[in-house]
Design a protein around this ligand. Structure first.
Ligand SMILES: Nc1ncnc2c1ncn2[C@@H]1O[C@H](COP(=O)(O)OP(=O)(O)OP(=O)(O)O)[C@@H](O)[C@H]1O
Ligand SMILES: [Mg+2]
Length: 443
């Protein structure tokens, strides 16, 4: 019996050229394209994605169905990274095409932090023949240009359910370790009017560095328990897991420091999104929409009072309305936590504080004398040997953690390392560490 040798997969010459182009570096691609044009070939990128799909799926363009992902930009880039994974997995069988407009298929870079990037398909259409992603052939279109952003699966009308199932499975996979940004600390900012998530350095803040009253830590622990080891129990009993924590208190008492400690303690299990004021103010709905791509996520909204003030006299506040709608929407899901800080909870619209939005409100008071002494000891470190922190703390009535840090800074700036307890008392008593001590009156 004769056995015929295995046949190479049947690909058209044009398709394999496109596959080579897609895998090549930018320079190689440009050189090959120019060479091709010099040799009189038609440009590689004439067909549109629908023409490409129509040709490969064997139906008229009107017989095509499109299953689109309508989410925001980072989620789309992450779907692109999964597309890249699947293209590698089925490298022998996929056929890569361009989006037309004379452009070759393009790969972009997904930033994973300093010095860490992965290559992801950014503008192309890819045919996955039957038996690769699904039992039926599908074409995936990706375009990351912000004015024409798209991630869509083209199929025949009859195969639309299969396309929907593939998109659903891609979205589920983003909530697993296959999402390279999951569990990271991300910073949200506004770029070209939409939210951009960049990788931030991981947060190192630890409880040990933050001196707070015991009852504050108890509240924080209760909040974290509902997000952590008591999560399953709360869910089983129908008691609800954590949703939001609002940390209130005057300037300088450690609110920002506290939310960083919380984020650090949730790191790994939760993705952290640190929102800047612009993304809170102008794109809060999109900001919360981005959380969908990450599974459990903690969204940190520092200083929300800058954004969420009372409604005006006519009862309008578009940002507030957007914020409340986004918060209510996102809290339907059990895996999103919101941690916000404010100097003045009274300046927030009462609707923003309603219990279902922030289920724990913790107020950080200015430290009392024993806490001030501990803060002094913390910031003096080894320089505090032989100094009675309680005596110095007595003259620091009204000082916050930030003020006490400033007192220590001033003494060291004035005296170097060789200062005495009396020097500290003098600086503390002088009150110059108070941010608002120098008030001039003008006639
Ligand atoms: N209770 C504290 N324990 C240790 N350090 C503190 C404490 N309170 C404040 N600090 C220190 O003071 C500085 C300012 O603190 P932080 O930025 O957290 O204050 P804040 O309450 O967020 O102030 P603001 O309302 O102005 O944003 C930080 O360096 C912080 O570590
Ligand atoms: Mg702060």
């Amino acid at each position: 019996m004769s056995v015929s040798p295995p046949q190479p997969p049947a690909t058209t010459p044009a398709a394999s050229l496109e596959a080579i182009l897609a895998a090549a570096s930018d320079e190689t691609r440009e050189a090959l394209r120019t060479l091709g044009e010099l040799l009189g070939n038609a440009p590689t990128a004439a067909a549109s994605p629908t023409q490409f799909a129509s040709r490969h799926l064997g139906v008229d363009t009107v017989g095509l169905a499109s299953t689109k992902f309508n989410g925001p930009g980072t989620a789309l880039a992450l779907l692109g990274s999964l597309l890249g994974t699947e293209m590698t997995r089925h490298a022998e069988r996929v056929v890569v095409g361009s989006l037309g407009e004379g452009q070759p298929p393009t790969w972009g870079q997904l930033d994973l932090g300093p010095g860490e990037k992965v290559s992801v398909p950014s503008r192309m259409v890819v045919l996955f023949p039957a038996g690769t992603l699904s039992g039926v052939p599908l074409c995936i279109v990706v375009d990351d240009r912000h004015w024409s952003r798209e991630f869509a699966i083209l199929s025949t009308a009859a195969d639309k359910p299969a396309a929907e199932a593939v998109l659903e499975s891609f979205r589920d996979r983003l909530k697993t370790g296959e999402n390279p940004l999951r569990g990271r600390v991300l910073e949200a900012s506004l770029c070209d009017g939409s939210v951009r998530l960049g990788v931030a350095p991981s947060i190192e803040a630890q409880r040990g560095g933050l001196i707070l009253p015991d009852d504050v830590w108890r509240e924080i622990d209760i909040f974290l328990a509902a997000a952590g080891h008591r999560r399953e129990l709360m869910r089983r009993l129908g008691l609800g897991t954590s949703r939001g924590l609002l940390v209130a208190g005057p300037p300088g008492v450690g609110k920002t420091h506290l939310v960083r400690v919380i984020a650090a303690e949730l790191a790994g299990r939760f993705t952290t999104i640190l929102a800047d004021a612009n993304s809170m103010r102008h794109a809060v709905a999109e900001l919360f929409a981005e959380t969908e791509a990450f599974g459990p996520t903690v969204v940190v909204l520092d200083d929300i009072d800058l954004v969420l003030t009372h409604r005006d006299a006519s009862g309008n506040n578009a940002t507030l309305a957007d914020f409340l709608a986004a918060l209510d929407g996102v809290h339907q899901r059990e895996d999103i936590l919101t941690v916000a800080t404010t100097n003045d909870p009274k300046s927030l619209d009462p609707a923003a504080q309603r219990a279902s939005r922030f289920d724990v409100v913790v107020t950080l008071p200015p430290p009392d004398a024993p806490l001030r002494a501990r803060l002094l000891a913390r910031y003096l470190g080894p320089l505090g040997a032989g100094i009675d922190p309680l005596r110095v703390a007595e003259v620091l009535d009204g000082a916050t953690g930030a003020d006490i840090k400033e007192v220590v800074r001033r003494v060291v700036l004035e005296q170097g390392e060789a200062f005495t307890e009396d020097d500290l008392v003098r600086v503390a008593d002088g009150g110059r560490w108070k941010a608002n001590v120098v008030r001039r009156r003008y006639l």
